[in-house]
Structure formats: C-alpha cells, structure tokens
Design a protein around this ligand. Structure first.
Ligand SMILES: *Cc1c(COP(=O)(O)O)cnc(C)c1O
Length: 433
C-alpha cells in the first residue's frame, strides 16, 4: 500500500493524535476500517480533492453526502459570502430560514411543519422525542445496521433473538437509555410483526433509513416500506424516515417519491445544509404541534437555522433545480452501471463482489456472494479485500469513504473518465478466478 507521498499527512495526523482522540473529530476518519494513514486534505474544487502532500483525487465521498454539486460550487460559495457580510448568526428569526423551509416543502409536499437543527443526530433525537410526546408511548423500533446519529437511545446492539431489546453499543450509554429501544433486522417482516405482537401498545415510533446507506447500500425489498407503513398505522405507532442521507438525493421528493410510501415524520441533514451544519426534522402538522413552544416537547438550538447554513442549503437546492441534477445524476449512474457490467461481470458471477446503485448512491460489496439484504449479511463481507481495493483507489487518485460500510456518491460533475478510473481499480485488484 501507498505509492503516494504522504509525509505531510502523517505529520499532521501524528500531531493530531495528541489533541484529538485517535487524531480525528469523527471516528471513521481515523482509517481504522482500512488501515494506513488518513489523508489530510487542503482543498476541494469541483470533483477534485487535493491533500497536503500534493496528491489529487476524484471525490466520491462528498463529505459523506452533502456535496452533491461537488466542492465549492460558485453559486453556493457566493451565497455564503453574501450572507457572511450581513450576519453569521442572529439567534433570532431570519428571512432565509423560511425560504429554505418552503423550498424543502415544495420538494417534499407531504411535509407540513418542520424545525431546523444543526446535525442529523439532533434531528433524529428530536423526532423521537416528538413521537413519544405525540403518542404518549415510550418504545422505539430500530433496524440493525441503520445509523441515526449518536443519541444515547440509538447506540444499541442487537440482542440474539429475532426481535429484541438491545444492549448499549457504546461505553457511557446506560442500560436505562436503551431499555425502550427494540432492534430488528432490516428487510425482515416477521421480526417487525413479532415486535408489535409483544409490545404493540407501547411502541411510539418505527425509525428507519428508507434505503439503508450506512451498512453499504441495502435497498428496501419490494413492499417492505409499505408493510412498515401499514403496520404502524394499524398499531397507532408513528413512522420516521431518516432521510439525512436519502433526502434531496434518492429523488427530489426523497424516499416518499422514490418508494411511494409517506411516513409521519422525517429527519433531514447533509444536503439540506449544502456543506454547512444544518439539519431538520418535521412531519404532519398535528405531530409537530407537540414541539415547544406550541407543545410540551422541548427542543432548542443556539445556532438552529444558522443564516450561513440556510444560504448554503438554499443555494444547493436551487442550483440542483437549475442544472437538472436528478436527470444528470441518473445518466451518470447508468454510465457507471454499464462500466461495471462490462468490466466486472465475471467477478460478480463468481460471487467475488456485488454492486448496487440507486440514483446517485452506489456500493460494491466484496466477498458476500449475493448482494446483502441486512446487516448480518453485510458483515460476512471480505473487509481485508475492501481495504486492498481502498488503498489502490487512493493510489490511483480516487477518494471514497474509508470504510467497507459506506456508500459512494456521484456528484453532478462526474464524467465517464472518472467512473472508468473508479471501476478500473476494482477490476485490477479483484481478478476473475
Ligand atoms: C449522517 C447520518 C446521520 C447523522 O447525521 P450527523 O449530522 O452526522 O449527526 C443520521 N442519519 C443518517 C441516515 C445519516 O446518514
């Protein structure tokens, strides 16, 4: 591994280890999943990233999703600059938060009322509190392998049964904090039925990534989201789509449009802030009326609706409309499908890797045989092989999220040559048997 120069990255990471736990401000950045030294970046421009050692990379990570237009899009940068000249923050209402909210509701017409927060973690945490307030029930259902941020009640490992009360998955989380969290495997109908049979009257909320993109990419099986919609309606529980990643990316109207199922509550993040810290939660009006000061579910934020983040988010959504982002990304995605079919057909047939794409999300799984349908199947993968591919990508100038549990993101600037580079590396490392 490592034909690139990386002395400067190494020096910075080394010094950072004294200052930040593991040298990083979010654990996946430490490269624990792939080994080697994290790349320390200096600049992003369009689809290209440059590191502190003078290497450049085609970016397929998009800062984990927000940068659907690539780095430093001129419209986004100028919107932020213009806002910076008026104010960085007011801690009071400002005009742009309404404009962005109305744009979001134009894109997701079923969303009736919302509130801005500053991270996806806050969005899901607040949506859960609101669901409990609205239903007067305590328990929540979570799918193994779905990530909803790091609120205590969501840091839970599956127990051993089909549908179980979980154990804390992190030190520092009490059993009390997860006692109302029930975990089930993704794409499993029987497990959810069992949960409602046992705890039906106590369940406030089923929280789901409508398309799971934090365990690689696992699509909901045909009819699965519809099933979740029906059982929650029957049982008086609410359904939360955590669209922090899928929102404004899987389709203009999000998962409701892509899969034809409308939840009660949504969480948004990532693209909604255009690369600055913004997120939101929202849903049906009578549910959101439980949020303070209208209702008694408390939730607040000093920097909520931050003017810079609102400007970046709004400029991003407007630019996506202007450039026909969804059509463009679908075309790029189809070009990627063709390349994969051309260059990796044998490897896929032999079960060495599988590939799936939906809109601008794509994912390769190595060594799982068929494409995984839940977290247990994802975990069967050949992660050392992923690490090998990963470092070959870096050496070839391709940057992806440094973990075999992450997805790749297309942006509106990718061209065929970029995709050829991406797929070519996989074909080089993973040879047909
Ligand atoms: C990224 C992500 C979150 C957490 O968002 P943060 O802004 O990192 O707190 C929550 N849910 C999903 C689906 C995500 O992808």
């Amino acid at each position: 591994m490592g034909s690139r120069a990386n002395q400067n990255s190494m020096a910075i990471v080394e010094a950072s280890r004294k200052v930040f736990p593991g040298g990083v401000n979010s654990p996946v950045r430490a490269f624990s999943g792939v080994g080697g030294t994290p790349v320390v970046f200096e600049k992003g421009a369009g689809k290209t990233l440059s590191d502190v050692d003078g290497n450049s990379y085609i970016d397929f990570c998009a800062s984990w999703g927000p940068l659907i237009l690539g780095y430093s899009h001129p419209s986004v940068v100028s919107a932020v600059q213009k806002q910076a000249e008026s104010a960085l923050t007011f801690g009071a209402p400002s005009a742009n938060e309404l404009v962005l909210a109305e744009k979001v509701m134009e894109w997701v017409p079923q969303l009736e009322m919302m509130r801005f927060v500053s991270s996806g973690t806050e969005a899901t945490m607040s949506a859960i509190r609101t669901a409990r307030a609205a239903t007067g029930r305590n328990k929540i259902v979570k799918f193994v392998g779905c990530y909803h941020g790091h609120a205590d009640c969501l840091l839970v490992d599956a127990g051993s049964g089909l549908a179980t009360l979980g154990q804390p998955s992190s030190a520092g989380v009490t059993e009390g904090a997860v006692v109302d969290t029930i975990t089930v495997p993704y794409n499993d109908v029987a497990a959810v039925e069992a949960v409602f049979e046992k705890w039906g009257q106590d369940i406030a909320l089923v929280a789901v990534e409508p398309m799971a993109a934090n365990m690689g990419l696992v699509l909901p099986q045909e009819g699965y989201l519809k099933f979740l919609r029906e059982i929650t309606l029957q049982q008086g529980a609410l359904l939360l789509f955590d669209e922090v990643m899928t929102g404004f990316r899987v389709a203009q109207g999000g998962a409701a449009e892509a899969f034809g199922v409308v939840p009660d509550l949504w969480a948004f993040g990532k693209i909604i802030g255009g690369g600055l810290p913004a997120a939101a939660y929202g849903g049906r009006r009578e549910i959101m009326e439980h949020v303070s000061p209208l209702g008694s579910a408390y939730q607040a934020g000093t920097l909520s609706g931050n003017p810079l983040a609102m400007a970046a988010g709004l400029a991003t959504l407007e630019e996506m409309e202007r450039c026909g982002a969804f059509e463009k990304l679908e075309q790029t995605g189809q070009a990627l499908d063709h390349l994969v079919a051309d260059q990796l057909a044998m490897q896929m047939e032999q079960g060495q890797l599988s590939y799936v794409r939906k809109a601008s999300f794509f994912c390769f799984f190595f060594g799982t045989g068929k494409h995984p349908q839940n977290f247990a199947e994802v975990s069967q993968g050949d992660f050392p092989l992923f690490a090998k591919v990963y470092h070959a990508w870096l050496d070839a100038g391709v940057y992806m999220g440094p973990s075999g549990y992450e997805v790749g993101f297309l942006n509106t600037l990718h061209e065929k040559a970029d995709l050829e580079k991406l797929v070519g590396v996989v074909a080089d490392v993973v040879r047909p048997k």
